[in-house]
Write a protein of this length. Structure first.
Length: 124
């Protein structure tokens, strides 16, 4: 009698796990309310995508991107540790906080360069 009860609990527990527990393995169900946000996180667009200029071809956009310091292959920001250290100010300590500030300054310079060429950032 006790074995039958245990096997029933195991059976229903496994059924519940299969039906409801697998949802978190791959993320939300397709078409669900959180699906769009999930897709944006799963397949992010490169930073290059968000810079738009009326009348500019894709080739011109990539050329301007590279001139301002962007990476043409990834569409991102390729700043190396050396470039970030060059951007650090005298007296800055070599730690994450000051490196992040230097990185942010590089991004601001980059944005100013792209805006100077007539581009607008869709995130602004």
């Amino acid at each position: 009698m006790m074995n039958k009860k245990i096997s029933q609990y195991l059976f229903f527990g496994l059924c519940g796990l299969i039906l409801f527990g697998c949802r978190g393995i791959e993320g939300p169900w397709p078409g669900g309310p959180e699906w769009e946000a999930y897709e944006k996180l799963r397949n992010p667009k490169p930073a290059l995508y968000y810079w738009q200029k009326t009348g500019a071809s894709e080739e011109q956009k990539i050329r301007d991107w590279v001139e301002c310091g962007g990476n043409p292959k990834s569409g991102g920001f390729p700043w190396s540790e050396v470039e970030i250290k060059k951007e650090m100010r005298p007296g800055d300590i070599n730690n994450f906080f000051y490196k992040q500030q230097a990185y942010d300054r590089l991004k601001i310079k980059f944005g100013n360069c792209m805006r100077g060429k007539g581009y607008k950032n869709l995130r602004d």
